[in-house]
Write a protein that binds this ligand. Structure first.
Ligand SMILES: [Fe+2]
Ligand SMILES: [Fe+2]
Length: 215
């Protein structure tokens, strides 16, 4: 699988692969700070392509954290393989995702975060948002890089199909997240309100191009 790597903002890199069988791109991100973080593991099948992309930025052994926005195969299917290579790597996730990681015996002590919490990566600080992503609308988390004004939006603002330009500038309405992403009106509205309050310049989704919002 061809892997593309591009710096999308300061020392933050997109790793992008396209799966033509399901007509969908998969994105991981490397925040190459003092304590480097990988945003999403990819699936077990994507491990080789993701690590091929990752090594253009840093070594697996250098990673301090891996963000798991929610418990699904494309977000954490390869987590065990990363932990085989770097047992000191700490998953960062919601309490409910941590319960899954413990229960499936993938990791027994993840770093648990909820909306409003922060994490220092060295030169930047991540802030977290609750994200109703799990089955039964259990909370996952999204991370926001407040120094670079970039939101790692997971399965919000995703686009199908191959990607030509990895980063595109557009007028994106934050109310435009597809209702089927959060099929509960109250949770949907709360998510939109959180996004509007944040109003990030960059949106880095799990699938499709990175979006630079025009002011
Ligand atoms: Fe997902
Ligand atoms: Fe996804």
């Amino acid at each position: 699988m061809e892997v593309r790597v591009e710096e999308i903002w300061d020392e933050t890199y997109l790793i992008n692969t396209y799966n033509d069988r399901i007509d969908l791109t998969f994105n991981q991100y490397v925040i190459n700070d003092d304590w480097p973080m990988l945003v999403h593991a990819g699936s077990a099948q994507q491990f080789d392509s993701v690590t091929n992309g990752l090594k253009r930025v840093c070594l697996i052994e250098d990673l301090e954290y891996i963000l798991i926005s929610h418990f699904e195969s494309d977000e954490c299917g390869a987590l065990s393989r990363f932990l085989d290579r770097n047992p000191d790597l700490s998953p960062v996730c919601s309490e409910i995702t941590a319960r899954q990681l413990c229960g499936f015996d993938i990791h027994q002590d993840p770093v648990v975060k909820e909306g409003g919490d922060t994490l220092d990566l060295g030169s930047r600080t991540l802030k977290f948002l609750n994200y109703p992503a799990e089955m039964h609308l259990w909370n996952g988390i999204l991370a926001y890089d407040s120094d670079d004004d970039g939101l790692f939006s997971s399965d919000l603002f995703i686009r199908r199909g191959p990607v030509d330009e990895l980063v595109v500038a557009e007028d994106i309405a934050l109310e435009s997240i597809s209702p089927d992403r959060i099929p509960n009106q109250e949770e949907y509205r709360m998510m939109v309100d959180r996004l509007i309050e944040l109003s990030p310049r960059w949106i880095a989704p799990g699938h499709g191009p990175v979006l630079e919002r025009r002011a």
